[in-house]
Design a protein around this ligand. Sequence first.
Ligand SMILES: [Zn+2]
Length: 158
Amino acid sequence: MSLNYNKYICWFCGTHPAELNSAVKVKMHRATDREYNYPTRTVFYNKTTINVPRCKKCKSIHLKQLILSIIGSVVVTFFIIYGLLHSYIFEYFLLKNPWMALSIIPILLITGLVMSIFIFPRFVPRASGIRSVRYKIKYPVVQDFKKNGWKFGKKPST
Ligand SMILES: [Zn+2]
């Protein structure tokens, strides 16, 4: 598969040729056999990694989207913590009523929600026609494995 990899077209934009270094790796596993030797139980697994074809351009766009969403959630979290502390200090020292500070929580939550739904997506590059990285599970090879009883992720430790 790796020899002819460059013939594959990127699954996310559908136009550029895929590159092996840019592939999205999907780890999957499937239980093959179980052995009961009381008191231990051993489960045997098959595991595999599927390379979902991706081009260089989509890789860099997905990376930018990841960085922006991390920055976005850090900013929202900071904003909520700052608001809570600020209102708590204000209520406690000025109004001597710490419970009043709790009333600010719904306002902060709504503000955080509005920011993450309406404000932050404006800064994420709107690459038209490029599928999000989550779309990797829709790749036909991954879907075939799923139909055959394979599960996502590395094999469980137990
Ligand atoms: Zn692409």
